[in-house]
Ligand binder design. Structure first.
Ligand code: ACM
Length: 267
């Protein structure tokens, strides 16, 4: 075993604008995941997703610096000595962001704000303005994406080039199975591990697709959740597999790129 790391997803049903209920549900699931080093929770886990108006979108939003929901999760990180990436409805000033927050045993580590807003999210959230940071968690590197970001290959490539070993992907996926097909391919083309924590259940006419997954750098699905049930998925990884970017004896994932031919992408 090269660099061992135990990762997991929490597949659950965040209660719509009822973070107290969500914390009660998470309490039990997080205790079941105590053996993990790094966990991922769904998108907008403190609020739910399908808002009908701006008031609903704001009802459970909190600042990262003063959040009862994040304090609860921080206590869990301290108790079980794991790191955790959660989707978070973030209030900053007057603005809302669809954010992924990374916490650990010592507290807040960092955040990423979703770059690619999906459908009605555009009515409530500001697009991300913090770029695509990666975080060193003491010997390994983590990147963050949120749900619909999966559709944009550019963000996966950037995180892989920044040295991410694991990409944490809090999600509320609704398109039927598309992301679950694409994510193992993104893991393969970036030679990274991906942990997608998707939610289950319905809000009004939206049904979330579950099937959370852990994908490996050869495109393999190492763990997959059901479509409908709250679940914890845990998998032991060898991060050396993500650090070996040789595809064949003569092909290197990074060195074989031809960036001089890629300028069109940013025109
Ligand atoms: C999504 O980005 N929540 C579909």
């Amino acid at each position: 075993m090269g660099f061992p790391l135990t990762v997991g997803y929490i597949q659950c049903r965040p209660a719509f604008n009822d973070p107290e209920q969500t914390m009660l549900d998470l309490d039990r699931l997080l205790d079941r995941a105590a053996s993990a080093d790094l966990l991922v929770l769904p998108e907008l886990c403190n609020s739910g997703y399908h808002f009908q108006n701006p008031e609903e979108a704001r009802q459970s939003a909190e600042p990262v610096e003063d959040s009862r929901f994040l304090r609860f999760l921080q206590d869990k990180c301290r108790q079980h000595r794991f790191y955790l990436a959660t989707g978070f409805n973030e209030l900053e000033g007057d603005c809302l962001y669809n954010t992924a927050v990374l916490l650990g045993p010592e507290g807040y580590v960092g955040r990423y704000r979703k770059l690619h807003l999906f459908l009605n999210e555009k009515s409530f959230f500001q697009p991300g303005n913090l770029g695509l940071p990666v975080f060193d968690l003491g010997g390994y590197t983590v990147g963050l994406l949120v749900c619909f970001d999966w559709m944009f290959p550019e963000v996966w490539r950037i995180l892989a080039l920044k040295g991410a070993d694991v990409i944490c992907h809090p999600s509320n996926l609704v398109l039927p199975g598309f992301a679950q097909q694409a994510i193992p391919v993104h893991a393969m083309t970036g030679r990274v591990f991906v942990v997608t924590a998707n939610r289950i259940g319905s809000e009004k006419e939206l049904t979330f697709t579950g099937q959370s997954l852990i994908a490996g750098p050869r495109g393999e699905v190492l763990a997959r959740g059901s479509e409908t049930d709250p679940e914890v998925g845990i998998e032991g990884l060898d991060l050396d597999q993500a650090r070996d970017k040789m595809i064949t004896s003569r092909n290197h994932l990074v060195k074989d790129r031809r960036p001089v031919e890629y300028g069109f992408l940013v025109e």
